[in-house]
Design a protein around this ligand. Structure first.
Ligand code: HEC
Length: 345
């Protein structure tokens, strides 16, 4: 990674010509609302690069267009996939070989993980994909992280795929900033990325930082960006809890049995992992809340609720479906209320 000042200057501001593809999400009317001015860019020759070709040839790489062309895409292997331009994509965390293969098929070269979970660097490398890790929170994209995103784009090793966990909030926000840095597009265009991703307005800091982003001076020092960033024990625990929680939701949808496509999933084990994750986060709360009695109370309350759910799922325990549902809801609302108070703004 070069620490020096890049030769490349951000593109000058140009009149955004926002191209939204038509009818890609018939099952998702919210997305279709955004579909308005469709124009076949390829026909006008603006987009010179066929996104599905992976090539190391410098000639092919030079053809990647940075011009915004927002498009929600359907992909079995990649959830929430949105193309922001030929050079920037956003979506959910790639899970397994199929997802990496799909990214490679798209022509992607660099994955940027903005979640606190460590990215699967080896899994990606097996498909010739490199990883950068720039974890951000839900309360916004701090200046240092904006700078890291700019530094990543200045490496010019795209196309880039930005992802968080589910690809709805943090990933699109980081990708929108990357698009601004890469294309010089307006705040309006960048905001449309969040609209298309259905990023929650409950995370006003993400919207704010996408809208107010301005290009840093060319001579401002860039941070080093690598494949694994340092995350606190608490952030790591939360990222792991979220994966466990996803599996809990799958088990719940299968009446607490093993879902068809996840035959190994055992709800009681997941509930135990959830308890352990919350206990781990209790042992290492964030520095700023170490002496915050209300924060610690909420964390203890959430752990208690998770234990009650686990106990209800134990073998030979006769708990009604309604009771289990109530225990599940209690955990869910404990996550939510603490995030509202301490994480999201
Ligand atoms: C008592 C408060 C509290 C509870 C309870 C709580 N969280 Fe969190 N969570 C936080 C805070 C604070 C952060 C932000 C940490 C940071 O960025 O420093 C966070 C971060 C997260 C993140 C983002 C991780 C990342 O990638 O950075 C996820 C996902 C998450 N929590 C999921 C959950 C789930 C699921 C539950 C419930 C099972 C839960 N949390 C319960 C306070 C809480």
């Amino acid at each position: 990674m070069s620490g020096g000042v890049p030769e490349w200057e951000p593109w000058p501001e140009f009149d955004d010509e926002i191209i939204l593809a038509r009818g890609l999400h018939p099952q998702n009317p919210m997305r279709s609302v955004l579909v308005s001015a469709f124009a076949a860019l390829t026909a006008t020759g603006v987009v010179a690069c066929a996104g599905s070709q992976h090539s190391d040839s410098p000639l092919a790489r030079a053809q990647v267009s940075v011009k915004p062309e927002l498009k929600a895409m359907d992909s079995e292997a990649l959830h929430q996939l949105i193309r922001l331009s030929d050079n920037v994509y956003s979506g959910a965390a790639p899970e397994g070989a199929e997802a990496f293969a799909a990214l490679r098929e798209l022509g992607v070269r660099t994955l940027v993980c903005v979640d606190s979970a460590h990215p699967d660097v080896e899994g990606a490398a097996a498909y010739g994909l490199r990883y950068l890790h720039i974890p951000i929170g839900y309360d916004g994209v701090p200046e240092a992280k904006q700078m890291a995103i700019v530094a990543a784009m200045e490496e010019k090793d795209g196309p880039y795929y930005f992802h968080c966990h589910h690809g709805k909030h943090r990933g699109p926000a980081a990708a929108a900033i990357a698009l601004r840095a890469d294309s010089g597009c307006s705040a309006d265009t960048a905001r449309m990325v969040l609209e298309m991703a259905e990023t929650s307005t409950g995370y006003p800091g993400l919207w704010r930082d996408v809208e107010t982003w301005t290009a840093p001076p060319a001579d401002a020092p860039r941070p080093a960006v690598g494949p694994i960033a340092e995350v606190s024990d608490f952030e790591g625990a939360m990222a792991a809890i979220d994966r466990t929680w996803d599996r809990m939701k799958l088990a719940r949808a299968a009446d607490w049995g093993a879902p068809e496509d996840h035959p190994d999933l055992v709800a009681a084990n997941e509930a135990q992992a959830l308890v352990e994750g919350l206990e781990a986060s209790l042992r290492k709360p964030p520095q700023e809340y170490l002496t915050d009695a209300e924060f610690l109370r909420q964390l203890e309350e959430s752990t208690r609720a998770a234990r009650a759910l686990r106990d209800g799922l134990g073998e030979g325990v006769a708990v009604s479906a309604e009771d289990l549902e109530a225990r599940f809801e209690e955990v869910r609302s404990s996550c939510k209320s603490c995030h509202l108070d301490y994480r999201d703004v």
